[in-house]
Write a protein that binds this ligand. Structure first.
Ligand code: NAP
Length: 240
């Protein structure tokens, strides 16, 4: 049984990963901003009371991260996988960030918030949970990135903060992989696919059913040989 922590697990990709890992028999620490309002997670908790813990975590709040570590540590002495999934695309794919992403109308505070959630928070979460990960079996840290953050693939104008925040996350994956390699923790960035969620919108290419089992297969197989790499949901490499 793997011990897995997933951020932003109340909807979208995080919820689907939680559901499928529970079906498979794993122990899941599912974090979200408002546990009481997380109806789907609470339904899963009723079904899997012994293997699902729902924990409050606003990923930009360092005190909340510390409290979350305390609560997880009270239940387990190790994590085998930490999935930094929480992320934002203000306005969603359809709105393309409205004022936040239009050159000529960019707002520093709005851009910084996207970096805070998508780039900085995953590192702070990783730093806080590193002690538990180091004790895990085949420990893996997955930063859910996006191919939108690929500098190589970017050949037209863009909406600034989201792609740049994921490009920064990719560099931070590389930094973390260097620091955690000695502890046998494999650290990767993963593009989950363009998926129909609140963020991806109804016109996204993939369903959760198509992408998530493949993404789980790839995450299952990650070893130290993969550390520091950027993978697509189907296991192919994504160019930086
Ligand atoms: N869907 C796609 O096509 C796609 C493509 C490439 C990459 N991704 C990446 O995949 C990840 C999940 O995306 P998704 O499609 O599942 O998005 P989603 O449906 O919009 O869900 C985002 C999740 O992140 C949580 N979250 C946002 N800000 C947070 C914060 N400050 N603290 C804690 N939780 C926070 C949300 O919680 P609330 O419910 O409280 O807001 C929600 O649970 C993201 O990192 C995204 O960038 C998605």
């Amino acid at each position: 049984m793997q011990r897995i922590l997933i951020t932003g697990s109340n909807r979208g990709i995080g919820l689907e990963l939680t559901r499928r890992y529970l079906e498979r028999g794993e122990q899941v620490f599912a974090t979200c901003r408002q546990p009481q309002a997380a109806a789907d997670l609470n339904q899963l908790a009723a079904q899997y009371p012994d293997r699902l813990s729902i924990l409050a975590l606003e990923v930009t709040d360092e005190a909340a991260i510390a409290e979350c570590v305390r609560q997880v540590s009270a239940q387990t002495d190790a994590l085998d996988m930490l999935i930094n999934n929480a992320g934002i695309l203000p306005g969603g794919v359809a709105a393309r960030e409205a004022n936040i992403g239009t050159f000529g109308q960019l707002e520093a505070a709005a851009m910084l918030h996207v970096f805070e959630v998508n780039s900085v928070a995953p590192v702070m979460v990783a730093q806080a949970f590193a002690g538990l990960l180091r004790q895990g079996q085949q420990p893996r840290l997955i930063n859910v990135s996006s191919d939108a953050g690929s500098i190589t693939m970017r050949n037209k104008g863009c909406d600034y903060s989201y792609p740049a925040s994921k490009a920064a996350l990719n560099m931070l994956t590389r930094c973390l992989s260097g620091d955690l390699r000695g502890d046998d923790v494999s650290v990767v960035s993963m593009h989950p696919g363009f998926i129909k969620t609140d963020m991806g919108g109804p016109n996204a290419r993939l369903t959760l059913d198509e992408a998530i089992p493949e993404m789980m297969r790839v995450m299952d197989g990650l070893t130290l040989e993969d550390t520091g790499q950027f993978f697509n949901w189907d296991g192919k490499s994504v160019p930086w």
